[in-house]
Design a protein around this ligand. Structure first.
Ligand SMILES: Cc1ncc(COP(=O)(O)O)c(C=O)c1O
Length: 386
């Protein structure tokens, strides 16, 4: 089966070497970045930050957008702005990039690992609901972990590889348990559920524009919300909590220096002009993979569940009856063929420094870890200029 997988990838992508996800600069990137240099505005002030903010707002249909330095700090700042602190626990899938859980630790709160399901690779809502029923106790309006006595204050659903998680069911659970929803949509720019963009379901949504994402600002991220007061607070905190004044430097609290620089925003501004084309090219690649992999037994390409539309950021195959040994054999064979395949992140609860973290039974996540492989998924393969 492994040589068949490698042959399919070669058939779909052609000869040569193939990395997992490369940025693609085919528009106004040079022009806009040059302008920041010509204008001498490369840092936290400059017109591209506002321009990029407006472009994101328009695409996502969010009321407020705050561009920041990266996706991890977008999550961190969102947690802080929502009042999450050291007395709290935040529910987070164990299958996600480390940055999601790190952001919780930065806020002072404790992550609480929950399991994933196989269709979307996101949080398993059925398992979560049963679990919360068992481990929480209600005091007033809020729910507390019976064992640690901390409040379970927030949940961070992650749209893994651009696939929308079971967000409707998660929102219902969040409502029942009075949880703040902070969506980690770092990988999901261009993904929708019932025509609503990822990141707009919770109180706050966070994006990453790292070099490996569907569009990049080099390093960068954004926070979106429809809550005016919260947006104001986030923007204020992201700009060192400095009070507006023509010359004085007065800060009204401990703020953060998280504002996206103009240089990065210029790159993003050019990239987002091609976002729809990137999405179309990635869809073409997904359809080609789907056609070819449908012929292989004991293997499934992760697909869009009903009502959801993925940005197809990273195409993923699930191999039945896999094991670490078998998976590594495939990774090694692909590497010999100059094809970079990537396993899913090691579940966070298995990392040494997260051993102390409260968790539920995480057997699905452990299976996902040994069974899922990301395929080369760059936007340039089937990009059409028009
Ligand atoms: C799911 C997820 N969350 C958070 C992040 C953090 O984003 P960044 O790398 O921009 O800090 C990433 C991206 O790398 C991610 O994939």
């Amino acid at each position: 089966m492994y040589s068949q997988i490698v042959s399919i990838i070669k058939k779909v992508l052609g000869k040569g070497s193939h990395s997992l996800h490369e940025p693609y600069f085919c528009g106004n990137e040079w022009k806009y970045v040059k302008k920041t240099l010509d204008d001498n505005y490369v840092s936290s002030i400059g017109s591209f930050v506002n321009q990029f903010e407006d472009q994101i707002k328009k695409f996502i249909k969010a009321k407020y957008v705050i561009p920041v330095v990266n996706g991890t700090e977008a999550l961190h700042l969102s947690l802080v702005a929502c009042g999450v602190n050291s007395k709290d626990e935040v529910l987070v899938p164990t299958i996600t990039f480390a940055g999601t859980a790190n952001a919780i630790v930065y806020s002072g709160a404790t992550p609480h690992f929950v399991d994933s399901e196989f269709e979307t690779l996101g949080i398993d809502p059925l398992k979560l609901e049963k679990y919360l029923e068992k481990i929480t106790t209600k005091k007033g309006k809020f729910y507390f972990n019976k064992k640690t006595k901390r409040r379970i204050k927030a949940i961070m659903p992650v749209h893994i590889f651009g696939n929308i998680c079971k967000i409707d069911k998660i929102l219902k659970i969040a409502k029942k348990y009075n949880l703040i929803v902070i969506e980690d949509a770092a990988e999901a720019l261009g993904s929708f559920f019932k025509n609503k963009h990822a990141g707009t379901f919770g109180l706050v949504g966070c994006f990453s524009f790292n070099g490996n994402k569907i569009l990049t600002t080099g390093g960068g991220g954004a926070i979106i919300t429809n809550n005016k007061l919260l947006a104001k607070k986030i923007k204020h905190l992201s700009t060192t909590a400095k009070i507006d004044h023509r010359w004085e430097y007065i800060h009204d609290s401990v703020g953060y220096n998280f504002r996206m620089p103009n240089l990065n925003a210029a790159l993003g501004s050019a990239q987002i002009e091609n976002l729809k084309k990137f999405l179309r090219s990635k869809r073409r690649l997904f359809l080609k993979y789907r056609k070819e992999f449908s012929k292989v037994n004991d293997l499934k390409l992760i697909d869009n569940p009903q009502f959801s539309k993925s940005n197809n950021w990273l195409n993923t195959i699930f191999i039945k009856n896999s094991s670490i040994k078998k998976r590594n054999k495939l990774l090694s064979l692909a590497q010999k063929n100059k094809i970079f395949l990537r396993p899913v992140w090691k579940p966070l609860h298995q990392l040494k420094h997260f051993k102390y973290i409260p968790k539920m039974n995480l057997e699905n996540a452990e299976r996902i870890y040994i069974s899922c492989i990301n395929l080369p998924s760059s936007a340039h393969y089937f990009f059409k200029k028009n």
